[in-house]
Design a protein around this ligand. Sequence first.
Ligand code: ATP
Ligand code: MG
Ligand code: ZN
Length: 452
Amino acid sequence: MTKIKSIFVCQNCGFQTPKWMGRCPGCGEWSTLIEEVEEKVPAEFSFPSSEPVLYADVTEATKKRIETDIKELNQILGGGVVLGSLVLIGGEPGIGKSTLMLQVSRDFATSGEKVLYVSGEESLEQIKLRGKRLGVEGGNLFLLAETNLERIITQAEKLAPEIFILDSVQTAYSSKLSSSPGTISQVREVTNQVFRFAKKNKVCSFLVGHITKEGSLAGPKSLEHIVDVVLYFEGERDHSHRVLRALKNRFGPVSELAIFEMGAHGLKAISNPSAFFLRERPVDAAGSVVVCTIKGSRPLLAEIQALVSSTLFTGNPRRMTIGLDHFRTAMLLAVVEKKLGYGFGGEDIHLNVAGGLTIDEPAADLGVVTAVISCIKNKAVPSGMTVMGEIGLSGEIRSVSQPLARIKEAASLGYNSIVLPKGNIDALKKEKTQGIDFYGAKNIKEALGLIF
Ligand SMILES: Nc1ncnc2c1ncn2[C@@H]1O[C@H](COP(=O)(O)OP(=O)(O)OP(=O)(O)O)[C@@H](O)[C@H]1O
Ligand SMILES: [Mg+2]
Ligand SMILES: [Zn+2]
């Protein structure tokens, strides 16, 4: 057997050396040398034709898709999993990646597809224990507990499944490299090999990858360009909901997103997220307001809460935000001070988006300001009212994108009035008002006048 050679390649300048070095002699950067397999592109993977082909003569590859039983997941994937595609599912430890994969396996296996679920993290008994919780009966589902990638691929080629799942990319290792599992070299090699396996055998393949809050750690981040689809699983540990969204999709849009709830029987898609996030909202409470934001491509109603209290000790007043951008919030408070004459110098201000959601769009600006003023005035926002609008530095209220989608969402949950940017009103005039009253505002003064 010929020994496969591995080399160390600088990720910064491309310098190559047979031995690892802490510092690259090529560019002088530290820790940029990564072990790679020195091999030619395997024959089966190189493109067959090396001559130019007329565009019109290229036959369109019809991408066959397999649908999962989870409607929301199909949507995120752009209408099901494309045959021969490689999907990376990243998420923090314990978020529910294995649960989702086992549920997907269950659905495929019961509908007749052959599924191979490879785990390098858990024993077969552990997987079965989770399977019991999820109601997995078996069907055409095969399990393999193995970490050596070459053995995994051999077994997979022998079994020839329609669906292949590797949980996780960090625990598998290729014997072609001397680096330990989980290093960048290894996760990249593992991904490359699974990618080739998927394409060659037309197998829908899934890779599970762990990421940290910072998003790196021998990262699935560095794999994003290799795989076809990247899905991220997010959520707060102490909340039961999880958000799954596409970060990259070679076969569909990336704006889709689904919200799941983790329960005793696994993950369940939440069909009405707005209602879910507002279900515990106190009625007629000061300091709380419902905003209509867009998450992915779908509108979502969320509750913003504010608490303003005097700073106890002399010193810096506190500004705490959960689920909102800290700097943007500071800017909004400054605008309110300047334009409305409030003084927050002696006030602690806490802002929170209920339910552990994060809102990262300026359309929620008016909501943030409204929550703060509602708390200061100790006056509740009228029930049935929602607000939206971006606020500029001179206190002007700017139009938001997709106003109609937001309004429809609010109306569907029974909201009957909305304060919104004047600039959006004209665009809406042509549309049916569907039982909701619009109040257009040019600046924050006007908006707050309309609300309170
Ligand atoms: N009986 C149960 N009822 C509700 N939730 C449960 C139950 N058992 C486990 N969970 C939840 O399932 C989640 C763990 O799921 P899972 O093992 O799929 O995550 P993972 O992302 O694969 O984690 P890891 O990083 O360990 O691989 C945890 O959030 C846990 O709270
Ligand atoms: Mg797991
Ligand atoms: Zn270098």
